[in-house]
Structure formats: C-alpha cells, structure tokens
Design a protein around this ligand. Structure first.
Ligand SMILES: Nc1nc2c(ncn2[C@@H]2O[C@H](COP(=O)(O)OP(=O)(O)OP(=O)(O)O)[C@@H](O)[C@H]2O)c(=O)[nH]1
Ligand SMILES: [Mg+2]
Length: 408
C-alpha cells in the first residue's frame, strides 16, 4: 500500500479516562490497553484507521482491484494515520502529568479528535465521579487553553528577538512565525488565515500586549489544529443533554459510543455479524453461535446506539474530520482511461485524499513529480471531457492524466 493516502494524521486527545484508546482500538482494530482509571495509556499508540466513502466502481460498472485502499461491498476505505496519546491534565503545558509528551505528539497531527466523556462521570483529571457531575464543556475549554498556553510558551522564548527582527525590516513577522512554528505542523497559510481573523497588525508586534499574543495564538490553534468534539459514552445518562449544550456553545460535536463500536468490530472480525464501520445497522450472521448475553448486548447497541444516533459515531468522527473540517476530497487517478486501470491492469487501484481546491496538475505532482512536470492535460472520465491543468477536482472524480512522458 502506498503511504501517500495516509499521510494525513489524526490525533486522538483529551483528559484521561474518556475512551481515547477505546476509540483508537475500534477504529484501527489494534488491541491496546483500556482501563477505567487515568493514565492507562502512557506511550502513544499509532495505527491506521479508515475514511469511508462510496466507491465509484459501481457507477462505472466495473470490478475494482484496490491497491492503496480497500473496497468492501461498494464502500472505499481510505487509510489514514491515527495516534492515541496519554491523557492531558490541567497544567500539562507546564509539564504536569504526561503533558509535554502529549503536546509533542500532536505536533504532527493535521486535525484533532477531542474525545470527551459526555456523561460527565469523570473529573478533570479522569478520576471516576458521580455521573453528570463533571461538565464536558469545561473539558473542551480546558484542552483549548492547554494547547494555546503550550504555543505561547514556545513562542515566548524568542518573542523579543522576533519583534526586533520584524520591526528592523530584515524579515516580516509572518515569515518569522512560519520558521519558528514549522516544527509544530503550522504552515504559512495557517498563519495568514489567523491574521485575517484578527485586527492585530503584523508590522508592529511591539504594540502587542500579552493578551494580544494569547488571542492570536488561540486563533492560530483553532486554524492549524482543527478540533472535532467526540462526545463519547453517549450510552450513559446525561450525555445527550451535554451534547446539546456543547452544540449550543458553537462546537462541532459527534455523539459517540466507542465501546459499542469496539464490540461491533470485534463481533464482525469473529464472523458473528455483518457490519461495516459507519453502518446504521448490523446483521447477525450466525445466530446459533451467539450466547444469550451477546444477543442481548448486540440488541442494545442496535436499538440504543445505531438506530437512535444513526451510527456509533466512530466512523462519522473520522469522516467529519477529513471531509468537513479539513475539507478534503477523494480522487481516483487511472492511467488507462478506457479500462480505468493502471499499467498493470488493476482497475481503480488508488484513491487519493487531497484538499479541496487541488487542481489536475497539482494532483499529477502529488502522484509523481515527473508526472506533474510532463503534464499535458487530463481526462475527466465521468464527464468524458478533456480538462486543463487548472481544473479544480471534485470529490470522487476519476481522472486520467495525459503526460508527455509515459510512466512505466
Ligand atoms: N459507557 C462507556 N464507557 C466507555 C466508552 N468508551 C470507553 N469507555 C470506558 O472508559 C474507560 C476508559 O477507556 P480508555 O479507552 O482506556 O480511556 P483513555 O481516554 O484512553 O484513558 P487514558 O489512557 O487513561 O487517558 C474504560 O473503562 C472504557 O471501557 C463508551 O462509549 N461508553
Ligand atoms: Mg488510553
């Protein structure tokens, strides 16, 4: 499998004991330690999860042979990297708990899934408390603050020097910030976007006070580490009401039961049920193989989670992060426009995950530098059109790139 399509990374974050590892395990099927106490996870878990998208092969009436992805009953599963880190406690930015390690790990994440205990049954350090006692909305704000303070701590070290350089005219503040923050996965377009969202002036940073810096970093955090709230433990009391409250406060929230998804994935692996992640229903395959307790548990999941919320939320969270938050699209490049295959005859072998706005030529470059350099035009297979280098790709486009050089 090529690594290109899972070069995007999702960080699973939150305070201890909210179900991060359960979520990770359900998404990746990697067995990891899960426990109802804080700091079950110390070393981060890394694995491959999947984005779910309807495959185009049925529309084109062909049988496909996926190479960089999977196709299950008409559903393309596109690999993405996931990382499950240690829980974060207040003061982590100053090194409390396993703070620095956590923050170091999220440098590489393109987006964050903030798993909260929506039932409010764990306190701010992840210790079990009375159900409903803890307010997950506070947890959401706490995590934002931790990341902003962490950015502030990094920036503060050299702020004086950065201000002098910017105001001397040697280098502008945007370029200075770009090189200072590049190790945190923060790109120039994130910095530009953050400036667009403030009235702070990049040419006079000496006029910025402490609050201005924090305000800017708060925006930069939101822009560079877009965060989806995964309202986990939706199966417990108080959770639904807290989802409503978090949505009312303006957050993008996906209700979730990671535990239910893990049970379904495991039952699927054992061949007991038919279930593809993201489905709104499960189908029992071997009813005689199920114990009474298993039947009951599956029934409860079907009725109380899948029917009620539309899915367990795990797949929906991954899809929302890529499609809605990162605004990515899927594209199927093929070499042979007649057979929709590569040069080895594999039909619809690859699906690429690219940001919305990617042009035909940019796609060629993503596939291979040489293909980008020798790009002539491309064929939009669905529309049966020739398309130029500036054509902006749409989700689920199938394209064949015509180049001066034949790749072999
Ligand atoms: N009721 C319910 N419990 C869940 C759910 N998901 C996870 N849990 C439970 O929550 C507890 C913590 O789960 P973990 O996945 O270990 O949590 P974590 O966030 O990785 O914890 P740390 O590694 O300690 O930070 C375990 O007892 C899980 O079984 C869920 O959807 N519903
Ligand atoms: Mg864990």
């Amino acid at each position: 499998m090529s690594t290109q399509s899972y070069s995007k990374k999702l960080g699973i974050v939150g305070k201890p004991n909210t179900g991060k590892s359960t979520f990770f395990s359900a998404a990746t099927l990697i067995p990891v330690d899960i426990g109802n106490y804080p700091f079950t996870t110390i070393k981060p878990n890394r694995g491959i999860g999947y984005l779910r998208t309807p495959c185009v092969h049925q529309e084109f009436d062909v049988e496909d042979n996926p190479k960089n992805s999977l196709c299950l009953d008409g559903i393309r599963l596109v690999p993405i990297e996931m990382i499950d880190v240690a829980g974060l406690v207040p003061g982590a930015w100053e090194g409390r708990g396993l703070g620095n390690q956590f923050l170091d790990e999220i440098r590489r994440a393109d987006a964050l899934l903030h798993v909260v205990d929506a039932s409010g049954s764990t306190d701010c350090e992840g210790k079990i408390c009375r159900k409903g006692e803890n307010d997950p909305l506070e947890d959401v704000k706490f995590l934002e603050n931790e990341i902003t303070m962490w950015l502030n701590q990094i920036l503060k070290k050299d702020w004086g020097k950065m201000v002098r350089t910017a105001e001397s005219g040697r280098e502008d503040l945007i370029s200075i910030l770009e090189s200072q923050l590049s190790g945190l996965g923060i790109k120039r377009f994130h910095i530009l976007e953050s400036f667009r969202k403030t009235d702070l002036k990049a040419d006079k940073p000496s006029h910025w006070n402490e609050n201005d810096i924090l305000k800017f970093l708060d925006i930069l955090r939101a822009v560079s580490k877009p965060t989806l709230i995964v309202a986990n433990k939706i199966d417990l009391p108080y959770a639904e009401n807290n989802v409503k409250r978090m949505k009312q406060a303006g957050y993008q929230v996906v209700p979730c039961s990671a535990e239910a998804e893990l049970a379904l994935r495991r039952a699927g692996e054992k061949g007991l049920i038919e279930y593809t992640p993201g489905d709104c229903k499960l189908k029992v395959k071997n009813v005689e193989k199920l114990s009474g307790a298993q039947k009951n548990a599956l029934n409860v999941i079907q009725e109380q989670i899948l029917y009620k919320f539309g899915s367990s939320g795990v797949q929906e969270a991954i899809n929302t992060a890529f499609f809605a938050m990162l605004q990515m699209i899927t594209v199927y490049p093929v070499e042979d426009s007649e057979h929709l295959s590569d040069h080895k005859g594999r039909v619809l072998p690859d699906v690429y995950l690219v940001p919305y706005g990617t042009t035909a030529r940019e796609l060629a470059y993503i596939i291979h530098t040489e293909l980008g350099d020798s790009f002539i035009n491309a064929i939009d297979i669905r529309g049966k059109n020739r398309i130029g280098e500036d054509y902006v790709l749409k989700d689920r486009d199938v394209v064949s790139i015509v180049s001066a050089k034949k790749r072999g």
